[in-house]
Write a protein that binds this ligand. Structure first.
Ligand code: XMP
Length: 329
């Protein structure tokens, strides 16, 4: 794609001239497409003066830390430090049921870890990093007034909860936002020129607060997170096996703090309900629920109930957006 190749060359040139020869740049990787493509691009421009951090907040999916770190290391050769802060996040979230409160706590803890990373780095390289890379896209930046000369006239609503905001003031980082004039499909094209694996570029979006907004109520209750991870993995794997992953915008399971009566073997059980949700969408702003074929659903429910201890009932979310949101919280 010559147009995206031009965009790439131009961005690399800009970053090279902007970041001085002994200046350093930091970047928080979420494991998503945007931050990964942004970091890979900046890495191409300035090499190992880029320092990335990936935070395990204890709210990631099944084997996600290993899977994502292996892509960063083996496929992209990105310099990434993995910080496992799961204990801290989960202890702060203990007993918290309110969705907005959960988001607030997660945002605050994330900033604390990021701050710690910047200090670690300062010790290591002997100076403060000057720049911060963010994978902000065009729809994130623009509500009604596109930057002059961008040639863009679309108008999108800003969703503030979607981005990491409010870094500590004393960090005084200058921003590098190499994707800020691009839409998602363009970012995917750019990523493919940068040799980001196709499977990675096609990953479904995943919310910053992770599984915290997919365990309804207290995330730390019982083994909710563990159960949810297993159910989610079975569901997603079934979707991939059926060849449906790419036509679905997002698919996931939700853990409900509700127990119902069931019968498994010849035992009466009193276990949890999980919900499955899959949607199609252009941009996440509106969405339609995805209509699976009956045999797919029969099979996936059987797999879940037979393999995941603590679940005896599966329900399917058949609500579009609006009136529901994508996530349950
Ligand atoms: P909703 O639930 O608002 O979701 O219809 C729209 C899209 O945004 C994702 N989402 C989030 N992403 N932080 C994020 O980074 C959040 O707090 C958050 N809440 C929802 C959701 O997965 C969907 O893609």
């Amino acid at each position: 794609d010559w147009k995206m190749q031009d965009v790439l060359d131009e961005e690399i040139k800009t970053i090279k001239s902007m970041v001085g020869p002994d200046e350093h740049v930091i970047c928080a990787l979420s494991g998503g497409v945007d931050s990964t493509v942004a970091a890979t691009l900046v890495h191409n421009a300035i090499g190992d003066r880029l320092h990335c951090v990936f935070v395990d907040n204890g709210l990631l999916r099944y084997k996600e830390q290993e899977r994502v770190m292996s892509t960063f290391n083996s496929d992209l050769h990105l310099p990434v430090t993995c910080i496992d802060a799961s204990e801290k996040f989960l202890s702060e979230l203990k007993g918290v049921k309110d969705p907005e409160m959960k988001r607030k706590i997660i945002g605050r803890e994330f900033i604390a870890v990021f701050d710690e990373f910047a200090h670690m780095l300062e010790k290591k390289i002997g100076k403060r990093p000057e720049y911060l890379v963010q994978g902000t896209l065009y729809p994130d930046v623009i509500e009604s007034c596109p930057p002059p000369g961008s040639g863009r006239t679309h108008s999108h609503t800003i969703k503030s909860h979607h981005n990491v905001g409010g870094l500590p003031k004393d960090m005084k980082l200058k921003l590098i936002e190499p994707l800020k004039l691009l839409f998602k499909d363009e970012v995917r094209k750019l990523g493919s020129i940068l040799n980001v694996p196709e499977s990675f570029l096609k990953r479904h979006p995943f919310p910053g607060p992770g599984l915290a907004v997919r365990v309804i109520g207290d995330v730390t209750a019982g083994n909710a997170l563990d159960v949810l991870r297993q159910v989610d993995e079975i569901f997603i794997q079934a979707i991939k096996d059926a060849g449906l992953y790419d036509e679905i915008w997002q698919a996931f399971a939700v853990f409900l703090p509700v127990q119902t009566v069931g019968v498994q073997g010849d035992q009466r059980t009193h276990s949890h309900v999980v919900a499955l949700r899959a949607i199609t969408s252009e941009d996440g702003m509106t969405a339609n629920w995805y209509d699976f074929e009956r045999p797919f659903l029969v099979d996936v429910v059987k797999k879940i109930c037979n393999n995941v201890r603590g679940v005896n009932r599966v329900v399917l979310d058949v609500t579009s957006k609006p009136p529901a949101t994508v996530e349950w919280e």
